[in-house]
Design a protein around this ligand. Structure first.
Ligand SMILES: [Zn+2]
Ligand SMILES: [Zn+2]
Length: 342
């Protein structure tokens, strides 16, 4: 089969590799669509990811497709079923899993290799994070279950109250999904900052009250004060993974507010925090990582309900052979999310 293999920094090759066969507890799907993600871009540029994968490796982590083979002992799935699998599953046995803090599980089983004709789903994912999708749901939409699950997990830990004024920093797919969920389900007034006018337009379609291109904005702090109570935002969501933007995020929140540092930064980076602001303004500053089985299910339900036009986020469909070019286009911010069709 044709598959993308990552060898190192910006070194991705499409190769003929052996088709996977399922071992006990596993299933193999024929990939219907695999969506690209900001994380793919990050991993491609850095040539690896401390938690998720080490090269050389099959690549890609968002996909939906059809089951074509079942391993021994898999009794609750059938060939031909349309499914979406999360890219990880917790072990369900460790210290953190027992506390139901699944995203902290040190034994997460990761799955990479969605940019291929076939994808093997490891047994723990089959057991905990493989979901059937309705017949009428297109594969590219279903494939967005994983990133949306991360966003729902992020929002659940951000202390958002109905009607809050929320600043979102970052107009990538994750930032835009935050906007959609905050507006539709929390009635939040969202102020979105990004660097790309086309993406900011999608933010507006998702219901952001104010959008700003940070290349053109003179003083973000003053702008945020003007459109909030004068004190800053109730909640700030950082979705870029840039240390200086983490610092900006903390500077924009009101006393008593919450800052969610959602975008993962490169290894060995640091930020500086104003201790006086942190203490006397009683800030809650937190990191939130990845997703959990509960939010994987909730994400698929939200996508299936079609309450939010998530289809706006898929810029185009492209054949798998174009993957290298698509990643370059993502780097140059020409496309947002692309559905790769094997
Ligand atoms: Zn992703
Ligand atoms: Zn665990």
């Amino acid at each position: 089969m044709l598959a993308a293999v990552l060898y190192g920094k910006e070194d991705l090759r499409l190769e003929e590799v052996a088709e996977p066969t399922p071992a006990a507890g596993e299933v193999v799907i024929q990939v219907g669509a695999a969506t690209t993600c900001g994380t793919d871009l990050k991993v491609w540029r850095r040539g690896g990811h401390a938690k998720m994968l080490q090269p050389p490796t099959l690549f890609g982590h968002e996909a939906a497709g059809k089951i074509v083979a079942l391993g021994e002992g898999v009794t609750n799935w059938e060939e031909g079923q349309r499914v979406v699998g999360n890219n990880s599953a917790p072990c369900m046995k460790c210290f953190f899993c027992e506390k139901q803090e699944y995203s902290l599980c040190p034994n997460l089983t990761w799955n990479n290799g969605t940019f291929a004709q076939y994808l093997k789903i490891p047994a723990p994912i089959v057991e905990h994070n493989l979901l059937a999708i309705p017949d009428e749901l297109p594969y590219p939409l279903a494939a967005m279950t994983e990133p949306l699950a991360c966003v729902l997990h992020g929002i659940s830990r951000s202390n958002v109250q109905p009607g809050d004024k929320v600043v979102v920093l970052g107009d990538g797919a994750i930032g835009l999904m935050f906007v959609a969920k905050l507006v539709y389900d929390y009635g939040a007034e969202v102020i979105l900052f990004g660097g790309n006018d086309k993406r900011l337009e999608i933010g507006e379609e998702f219901g952001a009250s104010n959008t700003y291109n940070y290349h053109k904005a003179k003083n973000i702090g003053t702008l945020v004060k003007k459109v909030t109570s004068g004190w800053g935002a109730d909640v700030v969501i950082e979705a870029t993974g840039v240390p200086s933007v983490w610092e900006t995020a903390i500077s924009l929140v009101r006393p008593g507010g919450t800052v969610n540092l959602f975008g993962g930064c490169p290894p060995d980076t640091n930020i500086t925090v104003d201790t006086e602001q942190l203490h006397y303004s009683e800030l809650t500053v937190k990191g939130v990582f990845h997703n959990t089985p509960h939010f994987v299910r909730e994400a698929l339900e939200l996508i299936t309900s079609r309450r939010t036009p998530f289809n706006l986020m898929v810029s185009e469909r492209r054949p798998l052979r174009d993957l290298q070019k698509v990643l370059s286009d993502m780097r140059d911010r020409k496309v947002l999310k692309v559905a790769m069709i094997p």
